[in-house]
Design a protein around this ligand. Sequence first.
Ligand code: CP3
Length: 383
Amino acid sequence: MHDSVTESLNPTADLGSAAAEKLTEVPGPRGETAPDASRSPVQDSDLLRAARREPVRRTPVWFMRQAGRALPEYKKVRTGIPMLESCFRPDLVTEITLQPVRRYGVDAAVFFSDIVVPLKAIGVDVEIVPNVGPVIANPIRDASGLDQIRPVDPETDLAVISEATRQLVGELGSTPLIGFGGAPFTVASYLIEGGPSKNHEKTKAMMLGEPELFATLLDRLADLTAAFLRVQIEAGASVVQLFDSWAGALAPRDYERYVLPHSAKVLASIADLGVPRIHFGVGTGELLPLMAAAGADVVGVDWRVPLDEASRRIGPDYAVQGNLDPAVMFAPWPVIEAKVREVLADGAKTPGHIFNLGHGVTPDMDPDRLARVVELVHEVSAR
Ligand code: CP3
């Protein structure tokens, strides 16, 4: 499946698999978990090892949306500062990114930002409305709307992102930083709908009814996200995740035809930098092989497909990430414990496993329980 899918893509997808090969060639103690002094502590961390499908000391764990409203210390520093403004203040970005690392003992930090930050950086009129999400002042409905997506100049438009990342990586020491960006489809869905959407009807109407306009928009967004990721990697992020949160709304045929080439362009564009690339979406059980073939090293899986089955669908050349149902966090502790053990047992049958929720932390999750999950993952998986 993987090979035939790759062949049917645009040529950039080949670059993706070439880079995946390169990742496995990093010199290291394959088959061993002893520290490797020839690597930096970050490169030798369990997160990087799992992403490269090497043996780990303990299964690495982090949580999508680990920074944010579940933490009282986050609410405190964010008081009176709009979300997108906070993303352009390096001191705040650094502090908020570090908060969950201190609190939960996770194996990675994830850059505090948002998938719409690059849009803001090129002057798109976008706000993040509390309890709603990104809202676009002038939704893109025709060719004239495309003018809002001008080419990004990383040196100026993204200078603050670079500064924030550098400062943060300095503070993190041996904890790896995961950089991220929004995949073209998910970002386009906000731009076309004008805000969050359940059925993505306007987005699909453009995709199917005006495929050239849609392709032009996604191509521009691919360049924008590629630049956003590159800036983070060059400033010290050692893993990246491409969030295509809403890709699961698409049938595989439409995903492959209208969306995959643009995500493949993003992932191929950073292949030369040699950092592992995680590719994630929600409800993507039917898309997993395509999302892998788009140029990922690790495929994020939600809770609907067990990890061993997900791995069977994508083949042995990829690690997997996930996939505790976030809702389980609201059940009694013995239920959480049993489910965590289940995820770890499934993950142990894959070539590499990074523990995570199947989607993000929600605002009313109990931080102490998240910390306890981290402890449990480490304890159960210790080798
Ligand atoms: O994971 C992390 O901790 C890093 C920070 C991060 C944020 N957004 C911060 C944030 C990341 C990785 C994202 C990605 C993101 N943003 C995605 C993909 C991930 C996913 O959940 O599928 C999407 C779809 C968005 C768009 C977005 N931004 C939404 C849907 C929301 C939630 C709206 C709400 O209030 O319910 C946001 C706001 C947002 N992004 C917050 C944070 C901490 C909350 C802002 C606040 O404190 O009010």
